[in-house]
Design a protein around this ligand. Structure first.
Ligand SMILES: Cc1cc2nc3c(=O)[nH]c(=O)nc-3n(C[C@H](O)[C@H](O)[C@H](O)COP(=O)(O)OP(=O)(O)OC[C@H]3O[C@@H](n4cnc5c(N)ncnc54)[C@H](O)[C@@H]3O)c2cc1C
Length: 476
């Protein structure tokens, strides 16, 4: 009898686990090697003092992808999803109540009464354009794998040319041409800010994320918390005979001709397989493990990396009724804050941050009457701010600020507190310089380039330059 082909997967992030289950369902014998002591990569868990926290991802849309995934693998979908309503709450400084963001546009409009006129009509028009972009690109770009640059470029030529301008315009200018109030523009641009960049640099294609949140699929809670996704896939993998080696970092690969035949761990063990798949960040793996000159640290440092996460995990001894499942806390100086946050070596004094209350929708996350909070503050990566000796100070700043805004002394009621700085994120999961979402799309550079032309050369020239770009058919 022919024995099963073997696949070795380096990394147990969601990408590695999903690939593993797809391969196992096609008859491969799957083996994982993972640097961390638990599976999940950034989709991981922290369990401490009776509380549990999802350490990274807490938001997701496009929930139907899970259905496709489990169907492909020939197993019933083990996840129970609950749609969130409202989607999230946004606190602005000096405003007592948060804006609640609903998919129902009539309800949303009442939140912005006296702030943004005709919100329903404006949002419908804005989302209709974003929706066309989403559906015109979902199958040909977003969900597709590219095997070469040529393959990618050829695929881009299939995107309708009418979407070209969104490539060269910033997310912020797109919002400016659709809305008047600063509040709506800032809130709709959070999808780029909390995805590791700023709306002044990200292309207007990010508007498709507003479509996915407000119109298309909304946001969801996984019953039991996000880590249930990791646990469910690992359980299915084990049932299919997959094996896992934790605390095992791959530091070299062996090749025969062009074929990779073995992976060698830092402690000298050799793992062989018919197929070897890398789930680690591709750019830094090519540099650090494959020693490719094109990915040397000098070259990697010159690339555009997303913001790094500064994260705090708090167990609090009371229910915090003013908080929702997802919450943003913002100041009133968005542009200035966004312009400086990327490259400063100093922690922000008045930080912008996001708070997830896992226990709001998942009672298993905290003891009775308590709350489990995850706080994320996007900060510069380790190229710009290598020293995190002020981590406690930044944490205190954030907690004091939130306490004041929700009128509750969090510090006095904290039962457990853990902080992860960009140094920890790099050390635990090999995230390059602590960058939370890896490299940006190359298009950020283009948006920046067009922005520079706009500010440096005459408006007429800029217009001509944009017309030329519009003639190119390209996306993402
Ligand atoms: C704080 C934070 C919040 C986030 N929030 C969201 C969110 O709300 N919604 C969302 O959609 N996304 C979010 N993301 C992004 C999301 O976490 C990632 O896109 C996703 O988890 C990446 O999965 P992955 O499998 O590609 O990589 P990873 O999760 O990084 O997995 C890679 C794995 O490979 C391992 N590894 C690396 N190098 C080696 C090696 N040499 N040898 C062995 N193992 C190795 C790592 O330890 C890791 O386990 C967030 C990210 C962060 C950091």
């Amino acid at each position: 009898m022919k024995s099963a082909k073997k696949a070795l997967i380096i990394g147990t992030g969601l990408g590695g686990l999903a690939t593993g289950l797809r391969l196992a369902s096609k008859g491969f014998q799957v083996e994982f090697v993972e640097k961390y002591h638990l599976p999940g990569g950034r989709l991981n868990i922290l369990e401490k003092d009776g509380f549990s926290f999802d350490i990274g991802p807490s938001f997701f849309s496009m929930s139907y992808e899970f259905k496709e995934f489990f169907e492909y693998c020939g197993v019933p979908n083990p996840l129970v999803l609950q749609e969130l309503n409202p989607l999230y709450a946004v606190y602005f400084e000096n405003r007592a109540n948060p804006f609640l963001i609903y998919k129902d546009l009539q309800k949303l409009a009442t939140e912005f009464n006296g702030i943004e006129d005709n919100l329903v009509e404006k949002t419908e028009k804005y989302l209709s354009n974003a929706g066309k972009l989403f559906h015109d690109t979902e199958d040909i770009v977003i969900r597709r794998n590219f095997n070469s640059k040529l393959d990618y470029l050829l695929q881009l030529t299939k995107v309708p040319i009418k979407h070209g301008p969104k490539m060269f315009k910033s997310m912020w200018s797109e919002l400016e041409s659709n809305f008047d109030s600063q509040e709506v523009k800032v809130i709709f641009s959070l999808v780029s800010f909390f995805l590791g960049s700023t709306p002044f640099q990200t292309p207007a294609v990010y508007s498709l994320l507003n479509y996915t949140e407000l119109k298309h699929d909304g946001y969801w809670n996984v019953e039991g918390g996000m880590y249930k996704i990791t646990e469910a896939i690992v359980k299915l993998l084990k049932e299919k005979g997959a094996t896992f080696h934790y605390n095992t970092e791959i530091s070299a690969l062996e090749t025969e001709g062009k074929k990779v035949t073995a992976a060698i761990s830092a402690d000298g063990r050799k793992f062989t397989a018919d197929k070897i798949i890398c789930n680690s960040d591709a750019a830094s793996f090519r540099g650090k493990v494959l020693n490719r000159k094109k990915y040397s640290s000098v070259k990697l440092d010159k690339l555009q990396w997303t913001l790094a996460p500064f994260t705090i995990y708090l167990g609090v001894n009371k229910k915090l009724d003013k908080l929702y499942h997802h919450n943003y806390f913002l100041g009133n100086n968005f542009k200035e804050y966004a312009d400086n946050i990327f490259k400063t070596a100093v922690s922000p004094k008045k930080p912008y941050y996001y708070v997830n209350v896992r226990s709001r929708s998942n009672s298993n996350s905290a003891p009775e009457g308590c709350e489990s909070l995850f706080i994320l503050c996007p900060v510069p990566d380790l190229r710009y701010k290598p020293d995190w000796s002020d981590a406690e100070e930044l944490t205190d700043n954030i907690i004091d600020d939130m306490s004041q805004r929700i009128n509750f002394d969090i510090k006095k009621n904290t039962l457990t507190r853990t902080i992860l700085t960009p140094i920890d994120w790099e050390e635990k999961f090999n995230l390059y310089k602590g960058s939370g979402l890896d490299l940006h799309t190359a298009w950020i550079k283009l948006v920046d380039f067009v922005r520079q032309i706009k500010t440096r050369i005459s408006p007429t020239f800029t217009m001509l330059a944009q017309v030329q770009y519009r003639a190119q058919d390209s996306l993402l």
